[in-house]
Design a binder for this molecule. Structure first.
Ligand code: B12
Ligand code: SF4
Length: 466
């Protein structure tokens, strides 16, 4: 059977003002995961519109489209295109799971939740001519999943072809997060088997890995065994964790020993009332400074994530946050305007309070104000958000933040990394245009060097999803 899998471009990725490099980082792992359930004889084409022009003149029998919130309208248009040509169209992913009724008219079958059980079931039904309209995930288990079809990924088009996920979901329940909606009605945090995860890592060429798990340190037993197993593998990697997991026990040391070189941390807000509003219990009363010092002492760089626009924010929140991030030597920072994703607790509250301004999903990209604000006007919020990026990534602040480190190598690495990531846009664009991104990987691995106050081998992270 001829199968076409498509990751449509997120709207912002097509904007002339946006950063192509951000959308050339990671390959479409979700679709490559699903492709593993197809038969060996199936002829599969996997296309990612962020990095290539879609071939829409083909005649596949089955079309599988991944829908995020800001590619939803594009996904529906592509679905129409292929259904008009007589193909059978499946829609799934985060946005479809949040708003199945919206997606259903555009698809022959839709999938709610993770699809490791439903997609293979659908394939069986489809081959028998008995496919259902709606498939709802019920089994939360990735222990026996087949290896991701990485052969379908065009590695040369990505800066980080070695992205990997070894778990699903997260143990926490922040009110603005997609997670509870996507995993509704069952387990919302589960992992692969450690040996399977290690085997997957072993299959990846090169040295550098990027774990896209929501919370790599979320299950102590699993993560500890994973890091133990990775120790001799000569890898350097990046991943995400919460503050409390960094402060708890010795997991972060184990991660560093295994090769963790940079970590994405959701600080979100420096304000306690805002943490309550977000149900971010794992951050409440936590000593951010201690976590930061611990990471820096291990030579691990930090990509801090912050949300602006929570109800307790005032006009000073932007400068307070940027100053704090600079003083604490965060290497990179990701700022977001609070965005109520459909299906989240935040969305429900805002809807009840009549605070949603519109449902134009293209604008739900965390860069625009889509709700009625409380502490700040919408204009102040947008301006403050734009200013924060500019200010954090100004040469003077990059320099200032770099100088906070004790170790000279760490200072240099910080400066080069933060500068390289945000300041050389034309160079990145040129490399993308000339299809040379993957050629940067050896360079990226070569940049890695020892920068550790505790004497272990540590290297520079690269890049952040900022
Ligand atoms: C990689 C990534 C990106 C990439 C996306 C491109 C890509 N190559 O996938 C980039 C860097 C571009 C990106 C951008 C952003 N992202 Co992002 N990203 C991720 C990340 C870290 C990993 C995705 C992944 O590979 N998951 C692993 C695979 C196995 O899971 P999956 O993709 O969900 O696929 C499974 C199911 O969904 C299902 N499935 C998916 N599609 C289909 C289709 C069919 C037909 C079927 C049957 C099944 C199916 O099957 C798969 C197996 O179960 C997730 C976090 C996470 N852990 O998922 C955040 C995440 C998706 N991102 C998020 C956010 C907030 C953003 C940004 C807004 C951030 C920002 N301000 O810049 C932007 C824009 C996103 C948007 N507008 O919707 C949020 C939620 C977004 C939302 N509700 O839509 C997430 C969940 C992170 C979080 N914890 O909050 N992101
Ligand atoms: S810790 Fe992160 S992934 Fe987990 S629920 Fe909160 S925002 Fe979502």
């Amino acid at each position: 059977m001829k199968i076409k899998m498509i990751l449509p471009a997120l709207t912002e990725a097509k904007s002339p003002y946006w950063r192509p490099i951000k959308y050339s980082l990671f390959p479409p792992l979700g679709l490559a995961t699903l492709a593993a359930y197809c038969n060996a004889e199936d002829e599969i084409e996997l296309q990612d519109e962020h990095v290539e022009v879609l071939n829409l003149d083909d005649e596949p029998q089955l079309v599988v489209i991944q829908v995020y919130i800001t590619n939803a309208f594009r996904a529906y248009a592509l679905a129409d295109h292929y259904r008009n040509k007589g193909a059978y169209v499946c829609l799934g992913g985060l946005h479809v799971s949040s708003l199945p009724d919206e997606a259903l008219p555009y698809a022959d079958s839709i999938f709610i939740g993770p699809a490791e059980d439903t997609f293979p079931q659908f394939l069986k039904d489809f081959r028998k001519g008995d496919a259902k309209r709606v498939y709802v995930n019920s089994k939360r288990d990735i222990e026996g999943i087949p290896p991701v079809r990485r052969d379908l990924i065009k590695r040369h088009l990505y800066l980080v072809p070695n992205s990997i996920v070894v778990s699903r979901g997260c143990p926490h329940h922040c009110s603005f997060c997609y997670k509870d909606a996507f995993f509704e009605g069952g387990k919302s945090f589960y992992t692969q088997r450690v040996d399977a995860a290690l085997a997957e890592i072993d299959r990846l060429p090169g040295k550098h890995l990027y774990f896209l798990d929501d919370h790599l340190l979320g299950n102590y037993k699993f993560a500890s065994a994973l890091f133990e197993g990775m120790k001799g593998m000569n890898r350097v990697f990046q991943g995400a964790s919460t503050i409390d997991a960094i402060l708890r026990g010795d997991l972060i040391e184990k991660a560093a020993m295994a090769g963790l070189r940079s970590v994405f941390v959701g600080f979100e807000t420096l304000n306690e009332a805002n943490l309550h509003q977000s149900n971010k219990k794992q951050n409440l009363g936590k000593d951010y400074q201690s976590a930061i010092e611990r990471l820096h002492s291990l030579g691990i760089m930090i990509n801090g994530s912050f949300v602006f626009g929570l109800d307790d924010d005032d006009k000073d929140v932007f400068s307070r946050t940027v100053d704090w991030a600079v003083q604490n030597a965060l290497t990179t920072a990701t700022f977001h305007i609070l965005t109520p994703y459909p299906g989240t607790a935040l969305f429900k509250t805002m809807e009840q309070q009549g605070r949603l301004l519109h449902r134009n999903w293209d604008q739900y990209d965390t860069r625009q104000v889509v709700y009625k604000t409380v502490g700040l006007s919408a204009e102040e919020l947008k301006k403050g958000y734009d200013w924060s990026y500019k200010s954090f990534y100004s040469w003077s602040n990059i320099m200032k933040a770099s100088l906070q480190h004790e170790n000279i190598k760490h200072k240099i690495k910080h400066f080069t990394y933060a500068g390289g990531w945000k300041k050389f846009e034309p160079l990145w664009n040129f490399i993308i245009k000339t299809k040379g991104l993957n050629g940067m990987l050896p360079l990226l691995e070569a940049i890695l060097s020892k920068v550790n106050n505790r004497g272990k081998e540590v290297a520079t992270p690269f890049p952040a999803i900022a």
